[in-house]
Design a protein around this ligand. Structure first.
Ligand SMILES: [Zn+2]
Length: 134
């Protein structure tokens, strides 16, 4: 959630308010459109900030660089702020940090946690409080 919060703080401004979507899917998971077509339609509708956050787990993180390429093209040629992301889905809590790191390395700028977020957050809070006591 921290990563999504940072992205929202970075991109959600008075000027873009109401014209942002930070959580969408292409046909790479449960959506119907190519990432590029989703970006094109978003741009045509006047959306200024559009993140593609397809569902993935360890076996499908390779979709991230593909989305990065389309987002770069959309931003360069249409001016929409296109943000590559990922929705880590039903990943075991113990593997989450590793997959977050891999997602960031592959180019994801927004990471949504789907499936076990409450346990993930509780574990993070425990780890943070135990490390701050040292
Ligand atoms: Zn989703």
């Amino acid at each position: 959630m921290r990563i999504l919060k940072e992205a929202i703080e970075q991109y959600l401004t008075k000027e873009t308010f109401g014209r942002c979507d930070f959580h969408t899917h292409s046909f790479l998971s449960e959506g119907a459109l190519l990432p590029m077509e989703a970006l094109r339609r978003a741009h045509a509708l006047g959306i200024e900030v559009y993140a593609i956050t397809d569902h993935a787990s360890a076996s499908t993180l390779d979709i991230i660089p593909k989305v990065v390429k389309d987002c770069e093209l959309a931003t360069k040629h249409w001016g929409i702020i296109a943000i590559p992301g990922i929705e880590l889905t039903h990943v075991p809590v113990g593997a989450m940090d590793e997959l977050i790191d891999q997602s960031l390395e592959l180019g994801a700028k927004i990471i949504v946690i789907h499936g076990d977020y409450d346990n993930f957050r509780a574990r993070r809070e425990r780890n943070q409080s135990s490390s701050s006591k040292k």
